[in-house]
Design a protein around this ligand. Structure first.
Ligand SMILES: [Zn+2]
Length: 246
């Protein structure tokens, strides 16, 4: 992909990803970073002059960004899945002014608004109209469900990720799942060696459960029973308590 097309795609991705950003949770530095990205997506320039009351800065308040987020979020499905000529995504525009100026090569018109959602929607249209870009290019990240356009072609039927961070999270999760099933398999083997008690031994955490005392006639717990005990001992997925030492 040529450099200019990559940057067009990245700018489009800034707008598609916008609804995922928790604006109220951003600290001052992250908020400035978001404004930099938005400015770049809208105007193609990384030279945002901070602290000046430009139209952009007057419009890009947290309230303005949140309205743009809601507008995009509500229409993403139609952009991604709407059937051609049905289900068109719609975006309400604020009152705009049209400026037509003469240039050396002819006349050029430009719409002007001081409403951030209108700026964002208009630019979203412009970037989506990139020649060659199709609905099927709008993919969904397997980790956080962000809608994005990949910068290079992806293998079909493989999970896609919107960022390196999301890809790393997914591979860390897969690693955890694999090592958990290895731990479980080891626990079953060790429990099977025990005599008298049904003991569930976790390879890293030691004995984590004693089942009832077995009489000689009682059978050793089945593999499924041991696995069930082991699973009930583990913290529920996604509820891992945060470490307080950091
Ligand atoms: Zn993602």
């Amino acid at each position: 992909m040529p450099e200019s097309k990559i940057s067009t795609t990245q700018r489009l991705n800034v707008l598609l990803r916008l609804p995922k950003i928790a604006v109220d949770e951003l600290d001052a530095a992250d908020w400035e970073k978001l404004l930099d990205e938005l400015y770049w997506a809208l105007f193609g320039s990384k030279q945002r002059v901070k602290g000046v009351d430009t139209t952009f800065h007057l419009a890009a308040t947290k309230e303005g960004v949140k309205r743009a987020q809601a507008g995009i979020e509500s229409q993403l499905y139609k952009l991604q899945k709407g059937k051609p000529d049905e289900l068109a995504a719609s975006f309400p525009l604020n009152i705009q002014a049209l400026y037509i100026s003469a240039s050396k090569t002819g006349f050029v018109g430009k719409y002007f608004t001081n409403d951030l959602p209108s700026m964002v929607y208009e630019q979203l249209r412009f970037l989506l109209e990139t020649p060659g870009l199709k609905q099927s290019d709008l993919l969904t990240c397997a980790t956080d469900q962000t809608v994005f356009v990949p910068l290079r072609k992806r293998a079909k039927n493989k999970p896609v990720f919107c960022s390196q961070k999301c890809a790393s999270l997914a591979s860390a999760r897969a690693f955890r799942d694999r090592s958990r099933s290895r731990s479980e398999a080891a626990a079953v083997m060790m429990a099977a060696d025990e005599k008298g008690f049904g003991v569930v031994v976790h390879p890293e955490r030691g004995v984590i459960a004693l089942t009832k005392r077995l009489t000689p006639k009682q059978p050793t717990p089945t593999r499924d029973e041991i696995l069930q005990t082991l699973r009930s001992e583990q913290p529920a997925k996604g509820k891992k308590p945060k470490s307080r030492s950091s």
